[in-house]
Write a protein that binds this ligand. Structure first.
Ligand code: CA
Ligand code: CA
Ligand code: CA
Length: 675
């Protein structure tokens, strides 16, 4: 089962601010941090929309670019090619946004005027003041700020945001004063922001999630900016690599590469096809109290000997019946392929004797609507034929949209199953169990038979599920004449921890009480509580910025002279001692642009427990906040009977002048002690 590949957690002790965020102790500036994002939707994009989908981060020496498809060596400002910065790799030519973050230092104490050139929009904040605001679609346009008094040698926070809708794209930032003619703000006056996520190792090779076809590898990464040496962890067990336990510790080294799968190195007999390997680099500087900087757990898959990664994916829906083309990733060393295709699982699963082919795609011809199809690819590597898995997909009108989605992991133990009815269904017959073959073969009266479900009421409560278990289920459409058609078998895996909330079950059906703001009660109508859960219009839950699954909770806070919190009344789990769970985990994502505000959690309306990371609201990558449950026990909270959880921002007991912003919350979990 595929584990979550990206798992980021940062030391709470890591103190980052603009003042301390300067790389090294350089006498001169080194540039600004450039963050590049793709966006979709209308233009000009809202701030939330523009800066969500991060594509690239780098240090840009200055803000000076003209990325023009038809560029001809003429330019309104005369051009300084030496200052030109190219677009980063992977950035598309339209509908993208850029955010430059840093500090600016003046050479003299005097009034400076800033001038921007921009196509399309641009905004500039200096020392927290919006000095240029030109957020609109247009050809290159210059905008001039009011004069700003700067003090020599002092560094001022600088944020420049730009977006490109279509056509040409360019941004330039100039300044001038009475003693200085207009010039591009130079690299020597700019200092980049360094964020928490910059300190760990990055850029793994092989890339995170990559498929390799070798049994030994030389692994590489880019060292974090403060690393002196590196603690290396490697193994085939995600949990052990994450915890650094077992024999996953390879040791400390100064170079940024290491070999696996070769005599004299870890896994000397070679890496095994079909196995996912995990690795982690902790960056170390013994003289720095924040060290080590724990890296994310990366993974790669050594290609299995069987065919894999089917396209359409296993369980795919709405496959075009007129243009279906089946493809797959070839098994390790496979030379020839045997393809089986049909509309009956057993027939396809048991088939043999296909003609071998060297092609790696298969066209099944025109298909019927509202049907489930099955296919299988066997791989021959010159020695052995490796029987493949039997995959399925459906055409439009078939039963579909299983919740949890097919293949979902970390599913909660009290999950209610849902699906979308087939076009011709008058009801559905549902089968459920932990044995895949039994569910595949189940019929009316089987132990897996959960009975008939009326049209319009597509849901099934399978009861309390086991931890860390694979489950399988089927919803067979039954037409008005009583004829059942076998649906595809869906699967999911339950969590190995308690799920307090994963935000997956909220819908836009507030008449049914299923809207996120009907469970998480915010500050609507409460003057001293400045929180808003969910969006004002459907979809109410966040569906793009998620830590896992399909949804998270947006929480807009205004904690200026008040607090901002949301409260969930718990139905399950209320017993926070089950299986010895001892740690609460809350995944959150803020935005660099949020005003720093303390984040807290409280149980049973008790005393707030603050996140020690005082910059939590500004963390702009998903981060997990871990709280020992003992902290709540010490408050006198009865962990055997937890009725509510509160997530909030600000100082509830002693409101302060403070900030506002938008936070995303996902995956609130209770973990058992580390093995
Ligand atoms: Ca463009
Ligand atoms: Ca443009
Ligand atoms: Ca989620």
């Amino acid at each position: 089962m595929c584990r979550k590949l990206v798992y980021l957690m940062f030391s709470f002790a890591l103190v980052l601010s603009l003042a301390s965020g300067v790389l090294g102790q350089a006498q001169e500036g080194t540039g600004v941090r450039g963050e590049y994002y793709h966006f979709s939707g209308s233009s000009p994009p809202s701030r939330e929309n523009a800066f969500r989908d991060l594509v690239a981060v780098r240090i840009d020496p200055q803000i000076y670019c003209y990325w023009n498809p038809g560029f001809q060596a003429t330019h309104p400002d005369g051009l300084t090619p030496d200052l030109y910065i190219p677009p980063p790799d992977g950035l598309r030519s339209d509908t993208f946004a850029v955010r430059w973050l840093g500090e600016i230092e003046a050479l003299k104490s005097e009034a400076y005027t800033f001038i921007t050139g921009a196509d399309d929009g641009i905004r500039v904040w200096l020392n927290g003041e919006l000095i240029i605001d030109d957020w609109a679609d247009h050809d290159r346009t210059e905008t001039t700020s009011d004069p700003v008094e700067l003090v020599a040698g002092q560094k001022y926070p600088l944020v420049v945001e730009g977006y490109e809708n279509g056509g040409e794209a360019e941004w330039q930032l100039y300044w001038q004063s009475t003693s200085m003619p207009r010039q591009v703000v130079p690299q020597s006056a700019l200092y980049p922001v360094i964020k928490a996520q910059d300190y760990p190792a990055s850029n793994p090779i092989p890339a995170d999630g990559e498929v390799v076809r070798q049994t030994w590898l030389s692994m590489l990464w880019t060292a974090g900016p403060e690393a002196v040496s590196h603690d290396v962890y490697f193994g085939d067990d995600f949990d052990k690599v994450k915890a650094g336990t077992g024999d996953t510790s390879i040791g400390n080294q100064t170079n940024t590469d290491f070999i696996v799968g070769f005599p004299g190195f870890p896994f000397p007999e070679g890496l095994v096809p079909g196995t996912t390997y995990y690795w982690r680099i902790d960056e170390v500087d013994e003289s720095n109290p924040d060290s080590p900087w724990t890296g994310p757990v990366w993974s790669f898959l050594v290609a299995p000997r069987i065919a894999f990664k089917p396209d359409p994916a296993d369980g795919a829906e709405d496959v075009d019946p007129n243009a279906a083309s089946l493809k797959w990733e070839v098994g390790f060393d496979a030379k020839l392929h045997y393809v089986y295709f049909g509309d009956d699982y057993d027939t396809v699963n048991n088939a043999a004797g296909a003609m071998p082919t060297g092609l790696i795609n298969f066209r099944p011809g025109v298909l019927e609507l509202a049907k489930t199809y099955y296919w299988r690819v066997d791989e021959f590597d010159g020695m052995t034929t490796h029987k493949g898995d039997t995959w399925s997909f459906t055409t439009p009108g078939a039963v579909g949209s299983p919740r949890p989605p097919h293949g979902a992991v970390n599913v909660k133990h009290n999950k209610i199953l849902r699906w979308a009815p087939a076009n011709n269904a008058a009801s559905h017959r549902v089968y459920f169990g932990a044995d895949k073959a039994a569910v595949q073969g189940a019929a009316t009266g089987s132990p897996e038979d959960k009975g008939s479900v009326d049209l319009g009421a597509e849901r099934l409560d399978p009861g309390m599920l086991e931890w860390d278990t694979d489950y399988y289920w089927r919803a067979d459409p039954v037409d008005a004449s009583g004829n059942a058609t076998k649906g595809p078998v869906w699967s999911f895996t339950t969590a190995n921890f308690l799920v307090v909330d994963d935000f997956e079950d909220y819908t836009d059906d507030d008449a049914a009480g299923e809207a996120i703001w009907q469970s998480w009660i915010d500050g609507f109508g409460v003057a001293e509580n400045g929180s808003q859960v969910g969006y004002l219009m459907p979809p109410y839950a966040e569906q793009t910025t998620v830590q896992s699954g399909l949804q998270s909770m947006p929480l807009v806070y205004d904690a200026d002279q008040k607090y901002a919190e949301a409260v969930l009344t718990l139905v399950y789990p209320k017993d926070w001692t089950t299986r010895g769970v001892d740690t609460l985990g809350v995944w959150f994502k803020g935005d660099w642009i949020n005003v720093p505000t303390p984040m807290y959690v409280a149980l049973n309306g008790g005393e707030p427990v603050n996140n020690e990371d005082t910059d939590a609201a500004q963390r702009d990558i998903w981060t997990e906040w871990l709280v020992p449950l003992q902290v709540f026990a010490d408050q006198g909270i009865d962990l055997g009977n937890v009725n509510s959880i509160t997530i909030g921002f600000g100082n509830k007991t002693n409101p302060q002048p403070g900030g506002s912003g938008t936070m995303f919350i996902d995956d609130i979990r209770l973990y058992t002690p580390a093995p």
